[in-house]
Design a protein around this ligand. Structure first.
Ligand SMILES: [Zn+2]
Length: 113
């Protein structure tokens, strides 16, 4: 199997890149919305910008959460517990880890919720 640490480090880089581009967009939208509010608070664009801002805020939280999962998975590689389901203790499964390198649970436990 591939080195899980290398896979997770790649995942981490991709996630950091997404976060950087999202927060860049977020800053631009916040700046645009401040300008809009200063010009005319009844500008119909204002509602769209507020909506985009909340959408991006949700995405940023989601991607930041994923980054934390990747970091936790890297810590499990160091502990030697990576690839072991946190709930039932069976193997998470190579195919599943290829698709979701930061997965904590085996597919059975994940499906059980
Ligand atoms: Zn399990």
């Amino acid at each position: 199997m591939d080195d899980p640490r290398r896979r997770l480090e790649h995942e981490r880089e991709v996630t950091l890149g997404r976060l950087a581009s999202l927060t860049g967009d977020h800053d631009a939208i916040v700046a645009a919305s401040l300008d809009t509010n200063a010009d005319d608070e009844h500008d119909p664009e204002g509602a769209t910008i507020a909506f985009e801002r909340s959408q991006i805020g949700a995405l940023v939280r989601q991607v930041a959460g994923h980054l934390a999962e990747v970091d936790a998975a890297l810590a499990r590689v160091s502990d030697g517990t990576y690839g072991v389901c946190e709930r039932c203790g069976s193997a998470t499964g190579e195919a599943r880890l290829e698709a979701l390198p930061a997965a904590r649970l085996c597919i059975t436990c994940a499906a059980a919720g």
